[in-house]
Write a protein that binds this ligand. Structure first.
Ligand code: HEM
Length: 422
């Protein structure tokens, strides 16, 4: 790519940056609220923060990320209203502005997200898209229920379904290779049956909480079994660098989702206390945060048009996340040891911050190196010089240290769909 085109790509990335910043601020405010919920001092001690922690992180942070990635993939201007609505709604949650304004914005953002999937559907219907669209409808359901005054524990299944179905749909797209294997002709139908069962379970919890929770727990377990069987993750575990990191995060995430499904299946509906904390964070930290870590080195370069090379510090953060979550959930929650719950919670926050810091440093360093390399007159050299030893299909979105950001932008400009890089 010419440097002029590269500059254009970086400008495109910069225009998207405010939306990513909104997601980042929601994350930081959510982590601050988490400290307050743990009964510990926090940098900012707003009264409203603990009350909005869950929605802020699920719809404000993760919702904005999901919607931004989808808007980039679809192209055009109106799809950006989805991350804008969710991001603005999330930001208003921790300001003194009336809560109903924030709730309305979240509803608006989720509505555009559903519309976005309808547009994708008209382009090319698929089982993977159906799962993601069901996820978006769950996000809209959650936002509407919250607007209507339902409390978070009652609408938790809707929040869970939003992110679980979105991520499962994305994984199905990548499992296609596995689906072509002999003996797996019914895999896609089985996947859709799992998605249908999750949706039915979620809706049922509103009218019959006990029966709905049972169905939801069982269907999450079935979905985990499907993912473990067909996802490419198990094969990638034997590789090195980014593919191995991604695979380990995916498999650990599936294990946590399995635990959440088991707890719901065995213990039924829970609305507070240690079991509640265990279910909630097995899903949102063990599964969702692990998935975000796994996909960040591929999705962020495509969205921001900046390189994000894999760095071993990312694996360190992921290890810290999973070990501290085990301390929090297995010892703190399930054995009711308050000190372990608090320590685990603080280390969860440290793990997320460590990942953010590592990713930001790796991206800035790679961008600087690449700019310096671009200014140096080119000289002939052996092919592949300067690329990462971890270079892999997954890291091909310009994330190799020393690769040009123009190259990275070029990788993502061939198709603006971040998933085309995975
Ligand atoms: C990073 C460390 C985190 C810590 C230390 C933390 C801590 C907490 C605590 C102490 C509670 C209250 C639990 C209870 O009422 O029994 C809570 C609730 C919750 N958390 Fe987190 N959390 C973290 C991250 C997250 C993330 C990343 C998400 C979502 C993506 C999330 C979603 C929720 C939800 C949905 C609730 C329920 C809120 C409610 O009932 O109002 N948490 N969290």
């Amino acid at each position: 790519m010419t440097s002029a085109a590269g500059l254009g790509a970086r400008r495109t990335g910069s225009r998207r940056a405010p939306l990513l910043l909104a997601a980042g601020l929601c994350l930081l405010a959510g982590l601050d609220a988490a400290l307050l919920l743990l009964g510990l001092p926090a940098p900012v001690a707003g009264d409203r923060l603990p009350q909005v922690h869950g929605v802020l992180l699920v719809l404000g942070f993760a919702g904005t990320l999901v919607a931004l990635e989808r808007a980039v993939a679809l192209g055009g201007r109106w799809p950006y209203l989805a991350p804008a609505g969710l991001g603005a709604g999330g930001l208003l949650l921790f300001t003194p502005v009336d809560l109903s304004v924030a709730r309305l914005l979240l509803v608006a953002g989720a509505t555009v997200l559903v519309a976005l999937y309808l547009r994708f559907w008209r382009r090319q219907p698929s089982a993977a898209l159906l799962a993601q669209a069901a996820g978006a409808v769950s996000a809209l359901g959650a936002a509407l229920l919250w607007l209507g005054g339902l409390d978070v524990p009652r609408m938790l299944p809707w929040l869970v379904a939003f992110l679980v179905l979105t991520i499962a749909g994305e994984r199905l797209e990548l499992a296609r290779v596995g689906l072509l294997a002999p003996g797996a002709p019914r895999a896609e139908q089985t996947f859709l049956a799992c998605v249908g069962a999750v949706v039915t379970g979620v809706v049922t919890t509103l009218m019959w909480p006990a029966a709905g929770t049972l169905l939801l727990g069982a269907s999450l377990l079935a979905l985990v079994a499907w993912l473990v069987t067909y996802d490419v993750a198990r094969r990638l575990l034997r590789s090195t660098g980014l593919p191995r990191f991604t695979a380990a995060c995916l498999l650990a995430g599936y294990a946590w989702l399995g635990l959440a499904g088991t707890l719901w299946l065995v213990a039924g509906p829970v609305a507070d206390g240690t079991r509640y904390d265990a279910v909630v964070h097995s899903v949102f930290l063990g599964f969702v945060m692990s998935m975000i870590m796994a996909h960040a080195p591929v999705i962020l370069p495509a969205v921001l048009r900046r390189p994000l090379p894999y760095h071993p510090g990312m694996a360190g953060a992921a290890w810290l996340l999973h070990l501290s979550l085990a301390l929090r959930v297995v010892v703190g929650d399930l054995r009711d040891v308050r000190g372990a719950w608090q320590l685990g919670g603080v280390l969860n926050i440290a793990a997320v911050l460590l990942f953010l810091l590592t990713a930001a440093t790796a991206s800035v360093t790679a961008t600087r190196r690449a700019s310096a390399a671009a200014r140096t007159p080119s000289r002939p050299g052996p092919a592949g010089t300067g690329s990462s030893p971890d270079a892999s299909p997954g890291s091909s979105s310009g994330s190799a240290p020393g690769s040009s950001p123009d190259a990275s932008a070029g990788a993502s400009s061939a198709s603006d769909d971040p998933r085309s890089a995975r």
